[in-house]
Every structure is written in C-alpha cells, then in structure tokens.
Design a protein around this ligand. Structure first.
Ligand code: PEP
Ligand code: MN
Length: 457
C-alpha cells in the first residue's frame, strides 16, 4: 500500500536494532545523567506523549528530497545554531518563517524550480561542544550543551544534565510547531505587502536595481494570483515547511521513535529530518547505531577531517537499499579546504551510484574569533564557499541541491559583512546566539539572492 515501504523487511526492521540499542555502543557528546531513576521516569513519560509529526509527513518529505537528488528541486535548510527555551516566543517563530519564505521566493523566482523548506526548528536544543569544561571565575564547570541537556547559566549546579529538560524540550517544540503550522496554513497572506520586504539595506549593493526589480516582480506575481484565483489564493498562502534537528541527545530522539499502524519500520516522530553531526559520525558509535534503524531522511555533516572509506561505509550503513531522498550529505569544509576535499567525495558517490542530496553548509567551516574574542563569520567567506561548491559540483557533473544555513529572521549582529557592511566593532550591539553566529534577516535575504545568481551561472 505504501510504496516507500515496499523495501525488504530486513531493511525496515534491521536486525538487532531497537530504539534503545544505541545504549550498547560508545557514545560521544552526551554526558551521563547523574539521576538515572529520574531519567527513566522522564523517558517513559516522553515515550507515551503524542507524536509531534506524522510518518506520512516524513514519507512526503523523502519523496521531495528524491526530487532534489534528481535535480528537480532545491533544498533550503536553516535556522538557529541552537534554539533556546527562553526564546520560544511568537516573534521568533514568525520571523524565522518569514525569512525562510522570502528566501525561498527569491530562489524560486530566480531558479524557476520548487524550493523545499526545512527549518532548524522545534527541537534544535542540543549542541556538541569541542570542550567538556570551561573555567568561570577560576572554577572549572561542565560546558553548556544546549537547553535540552543543561542550562547556559555559568554555575556548576546549572550545568549538571537534568532529565526534566527532555520534557521541557518536547513541550517547547510542540508549542513552536503548533504555531508554525498555524502560520504556514493561513497566516502569511501578507507577504505580498511591500512593507514586508525590506529593500533599503540593499541600496549600497551593486545589485540593488536587480534586487528591487525581482522583489517587485514577486509581488506582482502574488498579486496576479490573487486576482485571477481569489478563491484559490490559499495556494499562495499555504506553505510547506518541515522541521529538523541534530540527532544528538539520543534519549530525546529514541523516546519519540515509534512504530506506526499499517506502516513498516520505525519513525522518529519528533522531527521530519534528523542530522548526524560532524563530531558524532563514528561508524561504530551510538549515534550511527540509532540512525540506522529509523525511516526518516538523514542528514550527514561532513567536515574536512573525513575519511573517504569510512564515509562511504557510513552512507551504505544508513541507506543500504540506496533509497532516493534518504540521505542528505551536508558538506562543511570551509572556503579554504573545499576545493581539495570535495571532488574525491563526489567522484566516489557517483561511482557507487548513491542517490544523495548534496547540500552545502558554508557556516561551520568558516567560523573565527575576532581580536576581542567574539565568535563570528564573514558574509564573504560564506558566499565564497557556496560559489566554490557550486563550481566543483558543476565540473564533476554533479548537482548541488541545497544549502544549510545558520540564520535568523531577527536583526542580530553576529556575522560580519553583507550589503550593510556590518563591522567587527558592531558585533556586540545585538549578539544573541547561545552558540554559533547566524546571518541576520538582511544578510539572509542577500545570501538567497546571491545563491540564486550563482545557481544561474
Ligand atoms: C551545527 O550544525 O550546529 C553543528 C554543530 O554542525 P557540525 O556538526 O557540522 O559541526
Ligand atoms: Mn552551529
């Protein structure tokens, strides 16, 4: 009945796998919870809550990703590096949806193909860290690992992993998703109003006229649709948006991994797409063990330290039947290393005939600290990695099908550069991220515009 499940039972129900089989494997980036009894209680509660999303949505996303892999569509994945519980508020959700929508309209307009939107939202609460500890006022305390695990407050007690945060993460994700779905269903009719499109900031840019003409044309197109099909305007209003987060705190993800009536296999029903971080992708590690058993599409972050053979085995392990739309390879090499590291990976994937979606994360390989020790990224470095990645795919006869960006719809000052020329001295003005620096609203729109220009090269 369900075509996407007509694969061998061994694949949909892999041998020796269960939602908790990962517990028998070495795990990175997940500290022990001191209170195991509390953890078990919370786990049980979480595992009985209603799912946040459905397996049907997961299947639909996989089909759309198969279109991306086939070069018929483009993937726009973006959102905060880390969401925070405190920021689970209306304007935050509205602004993220708005920026993702506007970016996608720019891409659709310029590229002439559908754009698949996936937010880093409604569950992106856990973070891998390069150090386990930090020193605050002479005291060594465990590092912050995202609101799903501990608190950002720089105090020893606040940094102890607290299982109740798993429930709060579920609750905050549910609130976020509920509002996101309502907005996506009806609330964005106003997108065609000129005041929703900020134009002025691009005035300093050489592309200003082109940009202005494009925004006018998008507005006209929306207006035209409204005029000729007033009763079907919902086709413009209703937008599809999917959710994603890094599959890092496996207690959270496995408690929400379920069997679904009349469907084979297991689904992570906390989010549509789960990705494997660059620091947790050991082939014999707990994270890979967990991910091999679920039917959701899986993103794999690949940084410059990757081993070619192991990466090929990893992809095979996560997608043994070479199902299209299952794997999104998210390369994050940095502008300086991409030319050396990417071609051989593309060649091998092509040789093995693996139907992957290629996406470029131009953020994580281009982070640096300013002289005053503020973590930032330069807009020019970000677009440079994207340009190089497009070029390499073109020259290898492959298709770059998407981008993975850390961005926000808010006017933060976290990345330098862009049309407004945000300088290092301005970073302190509105630096809000708990973790990595994000493109702000204007930088995101400009980035979409430049990506579309690059796509058309
Ligand atoms: C992230 O996406 O926030 C992240 C930590 O990425 P990576 O695993 O690629 O370092
Ligand atoms: Mn990040």
């Amino acid at each position: 009945m369900f075509k996407e499940d007509t694969v061998s039972p061994e694949v949909v129900n892999p041998k020796d796998w269960s939602p908790v089989s990962w517990k028998d494997f070495p795990i990175k980036q997940l500290p022990d919870y001191p209170n195991q009894e509390e953890l078990e209680k919370v786990y049980k509660e979480l595992s009985e809550y209603p799912p946040l999303i459905t397996s049907w949505e997961v299947a639909a996303l996989k089909k759309k990703l198969a279109d991306v892999a086939a070069g018929k569509s483009f993937l726009l994945q973006g959102g905060d590096c880390a969401e925070s519980f405190d920021d689970c508020k209306a304007p935050k959700v509205v602004n993220l949806l708005k920026v993702l929508l506007q970016m996608s309209f720019i891409l659709i307009h310029e590229m002439g193909i559908p754009v698949l939107r996936v937010g880093r939202i409604a569950g992106q609460y856990a973070k891998p860290r390069s150090r386990n500890y930090e020193t605050v006022n002479g005291q060594k305390i465990p590092n912050y690992r995202g609101d799903l695990i501990n608190s950002i407050e720089p105090k020893l007690e606040a940094r102890i992993p607290d299982p109740n945060r798993l429930l709060e993460g579920y609750n905050k994700s549910a609130l976020t998703l509920n509002f996101l779905r309502a907005l996506a269903d009806e609330g964005f009719a106003d997108l065609h109003h000129p005041e929703y499109w900020e134009l002025d900031f691009m005035k300093q840019n050489t592309y200003y006229q082109e940009y202005e003409a494009m925004v006018n044309s998008i507005q006209k197109a929306v207006g035209f649709m409204e005029t000729i099909t007033p009763n079907e305007f919902s086709t413009v209003q209703k937008v599809n948006i999917y959710t994603s987060h890094e599959g890092l705190n496996l207690h959270y993800d496995s408690a929400q991994t379920r069997k679904v009536p009349r469907r084979d296999g297991w689904y992570n029903l906390s989010t549509h797409l789960v990705w494997l971080g660059n620091r947790t992708r050991e082939i014999d590690g707990a994270h890979v063990e967990y991910l091999r058993g679920i039917r959701n599409p899986i993103g794999i972050k690949i940084g410059p330290n990757y081993d070619l053979d192991e990466t090929m085995q990893l992809i095979e392990k996560l997608n043994p039947i070479h199902e299209a739309g299952k794997i999104v390879l998210i390369t994050r090499f940095g502008k300086d290393e991409v030319s050396e590291k990417l071609p051989k990976l593309i060649q091998n994937i092509k040789r093995e005939g693996m139907p992957v979606v290629w996406s470029c994360d131009p953020m994580h390989g281009n982070t640096f600290s300013t002289d005053s020790n503020i973590k930032t990224r330069n807009f020019d470095d970000i677009i440079e990695e994207i340009r190089k990645t497009f070029d390499i795919h073109r020259s290898q006869g492959s298709y770059l099908g998407g981008v993975h960006l850390e961005l926000t719809g808010d006017n933060v000052t976290e990345c330098v550069g862009g049309a407004r020329g945000l300088g290092e001295g301005e970073l302190h003005q509105n630096y809000k991220s708990y973790c990595d620096p994000r493109l702000n609203y204007q930088q995101s729109l400009e980035m979409a515009f430049l990506i579309a220009k690059e796509w058309n090269q």
